[in-house]
Design a protein around this ligand. Structure first.
Ligand code: PHE
Length: 462
């Protein structure tokens, strides 16, 4: 009896939430927002850095494999959980995990913490984008000392730029979903693609580029080891914004008539193309920079610094462009900053949506309280950069994102009733049950995804 009343209450509550939540006003708006979450530092900073660290094309190939066989099926899973639950990740998990109180809270809460930790290092790297976007302006004004400060690595620079970026993120999130996110992403992403294409074409004309192209496209399989596998898997999960509930939140803002496997495919294709293009730009640009005397490798042939590799290589490329260099640099870094912003807002949206629904906090209050707490974590990382930065990046992206993926695979595969899952996916795709997707995906997510993810993590730590 009590259970009945509780169930009715939740149903009524759900209906009220559904009626009051903003939904993406168009399918393209959703694709652009989800692609906006996916495309960010993971593509332009994370991916090329991992390719460079892991010797080139072998990483590229394994990465593509990881996107296709593990990340994509999990993207559909997370979007489905979110759209079914129509709530924050904790609430959505609760609707799938009917009757369970603690499991959704525990796993949703963990996802929220990991999202917050990712945001804490994300802001630091995104802060570098702000610094590099501002540098040509300061140089142009003759403020050489300030320009130097912006591009030189220092705790003060890292911390202040991270705070600026975080404040921007908090501000956008505090404004609300539909008008905040949609507006930002729809207008600016296409511009970024065009700029990328232009820069790649230009760079290919420079000396050294062809050596970089070979490194990027001709695989050397002796490079493949357990570390490369786990790095590639983590990178795929990071790049598609998986594990931490971001795609669940976006799924929850999605209307029921949208075909989930289809939009997931579109998002994965956009994200992977941008990562591929970023590699095509950065890896040859590394060799162009080396050709022009920038120190990229040490005597043993290893990268001198990997975390800020992109921030050495790209400015060196802009330097070769003569008078137009500073202008292109500003446009490039500003667009990248916006791409990073559409990702960071999806990260902050995870804990904010939880606090909003679960604790009944106002959006503005929860954005500021949580955002400021994350700024404190960023500052702690800045003050202990050498020890903490790499650790936090690896812990969250290489291990926790895929590990949480195992949980969501188990939830979709074993907890969720098959008929309800079918019904959820069928709403946007009435022929689903007859197609190949439904023949493969459910058992694939049930057995293959959790086992494969666990196996990769296991071989890398053992
Ligand atoms: N996918 C984003 C990027 O590539 C980062 C991100 C990770 C965003 C997890 C949301 C959740 O930059």
């Amino acid at each position: 009896m009590a259970k009945d009343v509780a169930a009715k209450k939740t149903a009524a509550n759900d209906a009220a939430i559904e009626a009051s939540r903003g939904h993406f006003s168009s399918k393209i708006g959703f694709i652009m927002a989800a692609a906006g979450s996916a495309v960010g530092l993971g593509n332009i900073w994370g991916f090329p850095t991992k390719v460079a660290e892991n010797g080139g094309a072998a990483f590229l190939l394994i990465y593509l494999l990881m996107v296709f066989v593990l990340a994509f099926p999990m993207l559909v899973a997370e979007l489905a959980i979110g759209r079914y639950g129509q709530g924050n990740p904790i609430a959505s998990l609760r609707s799938v995990w009917q009757g369970k109180r603690w499991a959704p809270l525990l796993w949703g809460g963990l996802a929220m913490l990991v999202a917050s930790l990712i945001l804490s290092f994300y802001s630091i790297v995104a802060g570098w984008l702000i610094a590099f976007a501002a540098e040509p302006v300061f140089s142009g004004l003759g403020l050489m000392e300030q320009a130097g400060w912006l591009t030189e690595f220092s705790t003060a620079r890292n911390a202040s730029m991270a705070v600026i970026f975080s404040l921007l993120t908090i501000w956008v999130v505090s404004q609300g979903v539909a008008d905040g996110i949609e507006k930002w992403s729809t207008r600016l992403m296409p511009l970024l693609f065009v700029l990328f294409a232009g820069m790649i074409v230009y760079m290919m004309t420079l000396d050294g580029a062809s050596q970089g192209l070979t490194t990027y496209l001709v695989p050397d399989f002796s490079q493949v080891d357990a570390r490369l596998l786990v790095d590639a898997m983590g990178q795929a999960f990071f790049s598609l914004s998986l594990g931490v509930g971001a795609m669940m939140v976006y799924g929850s803002y999605l209307k029921k008539d949208v075909n989930l496997p289809k939009v997931a495919t579109q998002v994965a294709i956009i994200d992977t193309s941008v990562a591929f293009a970023a590699g095509l730009l950065v890896i040859p640009a590394m060799f162009v920079a080396k050709h022009n005397g920038v120190e990229i490798f040490n005597d043993a042939g290893d990268l001198i610094s990997s975390g800020d590799l992109v921030f050495q290589v790209l400015p060196a490329l802009f330097d070769t462009m003569g008078a137009s260099g500073p202008f292109i640099a500003v446009i490039f870094f500003v667009l990248m900053m916006i791409a990073a912003l559409t990702s960071s807002i999806s990260l902050l949206e995870v804990p904010v949506s939880c606090a909003q629904d679960e604790l009944g906090m106002a959006r503005k209050t929860s954005s500021w309280v949580i955002g400021l707490a994350i700024i404190v974590i960023s500052l702690v990382i800045c003050l202990n950069f050498g020890t903490l930065f790499g650790l936090v990046v690896d812990f969250t992206t290489v291990y926790m994102q895929p590990a949480l993926g195992i949980i969501w695979a188990l939830v979709v595969g074993w907890v969720w009733h098959r008929n309800e899952l079918l019904h959820e996916l069928q709403q946007g795709n009435p022929e689903l049950a007859q197609g190949w997707f439904w023949k493969i995906w459910p058992w694939y997510v049930r057995f293959v995804c959790p086992v494969a993810i666990a196996a990769v993590i296991f071989v890398s730590v053992s």
